[in-house]
Every structure is written in C-alpha cells, then in structure tokens.
Design a protein around this ligand. Structure first.
Ligand code: ASP
Length: 294
C-alpha cells in the first residue's frame, strides 16, 4: 500500500519578505521527512501528521505555535484541528494561549471520549487537567512579530493571511489523516477564529475519499467549506490535484478568496494548489526522495 505525506507552511503574503520563504522551506522538508519516517516504519497517518505539524509549529518563521502572529491586543490566540479519516473522529482547539504545540492539544481532544472541540479558557483548563505542557506567551512571540505588531499597531486587520501550517498523510493500512495549526491572521480581533480549526474548512479527512489541509483567507475559506469540498470532488472521481484546482477556482470565483490547499487521496495521490504568490510545501511518496516547492 502506498504511503504519502504532504505538508505546507501557509499561503501567506510571502512576496513581502522573500527571505522568510527561504527559512520556511527547510522546515517543510524536515516535517515531510519526519512524517515519511513514521509512515515507512509502519506508524499511523495520525502520528505522522501530528509529528510533522509539531516541527512546523516549532519553526518561528511560520504562523503557528512559536511564531504565531499577535492579535490586535498583542496577545496570541491559536487554533488547531486534527482528524482521523478511518472513523472521522476529530479534535479541535480554538483561541488557546500558552501552549507550544496546539496540534498535540487538539490530538488530546480527539482522544476525549465525549468532546471534539474546546475553546479558550475551557481548552486551557482541559490542558492543565491532563497535565499538558504549558509555556509562556514570551516563548511564542518572536522579536520579528513583536516589532511588526508595534510598527503596525494602529492599522486595521488588513492582512488576510498568516503562514498557517498543515499536513495530510496516508499510512500503510490505508488510513488517512489531516492536521492544521495556526496563529491566525495578523491584528485579528481578540476572539476571532478563522477556518483552520473548523472541520471541513481548515481540514477534512475521510478514508473513503481524501485528506485535505487548507490555508489562506479564513473568512473566505470557511464560506465554501473548502476542505470537505475537495473530498467530495475526489468522491465524484476527480484526482486529488484536479479537486484542489477546482476548489481554489471556486474560492476565487464564488467568494473572491485567496488561499492554498494540500491533499492526499485514498490511493496515495497528491494534490497541491494555491492562488497566492507562494505556499511552501513538501511531500514524500513511499520511500522516494522528498519533493518540495513553493
Ligand atoms: N487560514 C488562516 C486563518 O484564517 C490563516 C492562513 O492560513 O494564512 O486563520
């Protein structure tokens, strides 16, 4: 059975500071390599996407975990979603602070017997209750983001994109999974939640069709439930690539949105699409060398 992992580092405004893209690429490659190693050792797609996203969350140039963009109050609120395509179980958190790896907290929510989505203070109380590692805001806020925040303090939230991270994978048992993690958009209002933690929007995974992770203008992506749409198009017979292309076209035409998608279908075929100026990505199929691009 083919194994595959695809990761992305967000369809953000990469053109503004090209040097940041140069820093993001090695993190994407490292994340794909780590996921590939798990899959080749017989590990699960769920473990592969969580580990890959942990690596991306830990890279300060990317808008997730350390490196998350501050909101309008200079605080950090992060969102994450992880989904298991074998039974459609999912875990999501939104507006969480002082957590280095929100995707792993989302994984703990996935493992909860009764709940799927926890937000804000409740999600953090849950973290403390289960002994999940906490950190300080200073551990998440980079000097670069702090400087940007202070220089643009009085501007409104006009930067629609972050550099959200995500991963999708299929394992040797044919199980597929997705994970998406973000600090959200710059200068967002406190309490604002984008598409990333919303099932079907920021990600979707179903063994019957595909796993998808989305990035871009959250307020547009959520309107067309873009990740579920890609899965449905794969169910209709499109390849992962054709489905991603069609969904991005619909994003532009129906809601004038911009963003990017990665997908892997139940046959291990990969799709990558965007209508922004860049989106760093990397993928690995079976034991083949990593393919990367932007
Ligand atoms: N989709 C994310 C959000 O709206 C941002 C991004 O992917 O760049 O929070």
């Amino acid at each position: 059975m083919t194994t595959a992992i695809v990761v992305h580092g967000g369809a953000g405004a990469w053109g503004e500071v090209p040097e940041r893209l140069t820093r993001a690429m090695p993190a994407c490659i490292a994340a794909a390599q780590a996921g590939q190693a798990i899959l080749l050792a017989g590990g699960s797609a769920l473990d592969a996407v969580e580990t890959a996203v942990n690596i991306l969350e830990n890279e300060p140039v990317l808008d997730a975990g350390r490196g998350s963009y501050p909101n309008a109050n200079g605080e950090i609120e992060m969102d994450a979603l992880i989904m298991d395509g074998s039974d459609l179980n999912l875990g999501a958190v939104a507006a969480v602070t002082r957590v280095q790896n929100p995707i792993s907290l989302a994984r703990k929510v996935l493992e909860h017997p009764n709940h799927n989505f926890l937000v804000g203070a409740g999600a953090e109380a849950f973290a403390d209750q289960i002994g999940f590692p906490r950190c300080e805001v200073a551990d998440l806020l980079t000097d670069e983001n702090l400087l940007h925040y202070h220089n643009h303090k009085n501007t409104t939230a006009n930067e629609a994109h972050g550099d959200t991270v995500g991963a999708v994978a299929i394992d040797s048992n044919g199980n597929i999974a997705t994970a998406t993690s973000t600090g959200g958009t710059r200068h967002k209002l406190p309490g604002r939640v984008g598409d990333s933690p919303l099932v079907g929007s920021g990600g979707y995974a179903d063994n019957w069709t595909a796993a998808v992770s989305a990035t871009g203008h959250g307020e547009a992506l959520m309107k067309i439930i873009i990740s579920k749409r890609v899965c449905d198009l794969v169910g209709d017979g499109l390849s992962a690539q054709a489905a991603c292309d069609a969904a991005i076209q619909m994003l532009a035409e129906r809601v004038q949105g911009t963003g990017g998608l990665i997908a892997v279908d139940a046959r291990g075929q990969v799709g990558v699409a965007r209508n922004t100026n860049a989106m760093p990505y990397a993928y690995a199929i079976d034991d083949k060398p990593i393919v990367s691009g932007k």
